[in-house]
Design a protein around this ligand. Structure first.
Ligand SMILES: NC(=O)c1ccc[n+]([C@@H]2O[C@H](COP(=O)([O-])OP(=O)(O)OC[C@H]3O[C@@H](n4cnc5c(N)ncnc54)[C@H](O)[C@@H]3O)[C@@H](O)[C@H]2O)c1
Length: 381
């Protein structure tokens, strides 16, 4: 089995998730290649100790990502840093000749995303993918297959949502994801937008116009140092897009909410059609629901327990539950598979052009939400 040597830039929440997925690669029963984390970088030195303690393969630790990029023993980089830094660091990774798995939103805003897109264009031999793990849940895959098999018929509506709730607590301490200068003006859309756009874009549903309701409920937050500071980012966004389709135009609703009472981390996808409908939510990770309708017939939703039926086969028995850490590992399996010449077992990770399209949607949604008008979505050619 081929080994792909990785460096990680950003040893925070997501850097650790990759390390965990890589450390239990034995979980997968069929894989063309395995990742080996050989170097890590974070400006906060304290965070790198965990990697050194748990991953004997880590030989390089540095606070300067350029040192990681000049290491000839690194083939690919996972970059999981605050949004502000994407536009500067991603192009440097490509210029160093390293493959890139970059965290969303792939640039803090459209301007940064264009810089990243240009760098990708200038380095056509480098494999670049964007993080978005939720579609790797078996139930999400089943909904995608249902659509692809033509079971839906004319579409009535598509809703893709990602709901968080912890921001309902006004005492929650502010972090960079709630600061415009580090997270970007998109606010909750920049944080959650790629998650909700990924599958619709993969299925070819690109809204031509959007309207957006943007919500700001918590205007100030504690900073953890005894002060109350402004919290300027949008809390919730409900974006309604208009998709032109041969068999009839339809609405596409994206919800990126950080204040959704009771929802800890719910990603869902609902497709309603004249012949068939399908639904998956990470709230019921083992199941998906679908309805097949015949003219004049009964309208009965069915629920099927799927269990652990992953894209990349694993040791876990098929009856058991699949979870967030599994979705992360499956996403990584898809990227590593592509690096080793595969096709990600039929569902590759989000592409740079999907990331760019999602920026076009979010940019239009931000303008629509601020102006109260419907805006055209301007996709790059
Ligand atoms: N795919 C997902 O489900 C998911 C979930 C959460 C976050 N994310 C994304 O991951 C990225 C990071 O988010 P996070 O939650 O891990 O944040 P985090 O704050 O936990 O980690 C970011 C790390 O980057 C480090 N850092 C900052 N500047 C640096 C620099 N110049 N060089 C090296 N390290 C630097 C910070 O010290 C921090 O440890 C963001 O793009 C975010 O949108 C993705």
């Amino acid at each position: 089995m081929k080994t792909i040597r990785f460096g990680i830039i950003g040893c925070g929440l997501m850097g650790r998730e990759f390390a965990s997925a890589a450390a239990r690669w034995l979980h997968l029963t069929e894989s063309r290649a395995r990742p080996k984390i050989v170097g890590v970088c974070d400006t906060n030195e304290a965070l790198m100790g965990w990697f050194k303690a748990h991953l004997p393969s880590v030989k390089q630790t540095t606070t300067d990502f350029r040192e990681l990029l000049s290491n000839p023993d690194i083939d690919a980089i996972y970059c999981a840093v605050p949004h502000l830094l994407h536009g500067d660091i991603y192009p440097q990774i490509l210029a160093a000749g390293k493959h890139l798995f970059g965290e969303k939103p792939f640039g803090m805003d459209m301007a940064q995303n264009k810089i990243i897109s240009q760098a990708i264009y200038d380095h056509p031999d480098i494999l670049v993918r964007c993080s978005s793990e939720m579609p790797f849940f078996p139930g999400a895959q089943r909904v995608i297959e249902f659509v692809k098999s033509g079971e839906v018929g004319d579409i009535i509506e598509v809703e893709s949502a990602f709901l968080h709730s912890s921001d309902i607590n006004p005492d929650k301490i502010i972090n960079w994801k709630r600061m415009i200068d580090i997270n970007g003006e998109y606010g909750c859309m920049g944080d959650l937008g790629m998650h909700v756009c990924h599958v619709p874009l993969r299925l070819g549903w690109k809204p031509e116009t959007v309207h957006a309701s943007l919500l700001k409920r918590v205007a100030n937050r504690p900073d953890g140092k005894g002060n109350i500071v402004p919290c300027e980012t949008w809390d919730n966004a409900t974006i309604t897009g208009h998709v032109a389709a041969q068999d009839g135009d339809f609405p596409l609703v994206f919800k990126t909410w950080r204040i959704a009472p009771g929802e800890s981390n719910t990603w869902s996808l609902r497709i309603l059609g004249m012949k068939g409908s399908a639904f998956f939510t990470t709230k019921s990770p083992r199941q998906w629901q679908f309805m097949k309708y015949e003219r004049g017939g009964k309208q009965t939703w069915q629920t099927e327990d799927l269990g652990y039926q992953s894209l990349f086969p694993a040791i876990t028995g098929g009856i058991f539950e699949f979870g967030f850490a599994d979705a992360i590992q499956q996403m990584w399996a898809a990227y590593v598979d592509e690096l080793a010449g595969g096709d990600g077992n039929g569902f590759h990770c989000a592409t740079p052009s999907e990331a760019s399209d999602h920026h076009a949607i979010l940019t239009a949604a931000l303008a629509a939400g601020k102006s109260g008008q419907v805006k055209d979505v301007e996709y790059l050619a």
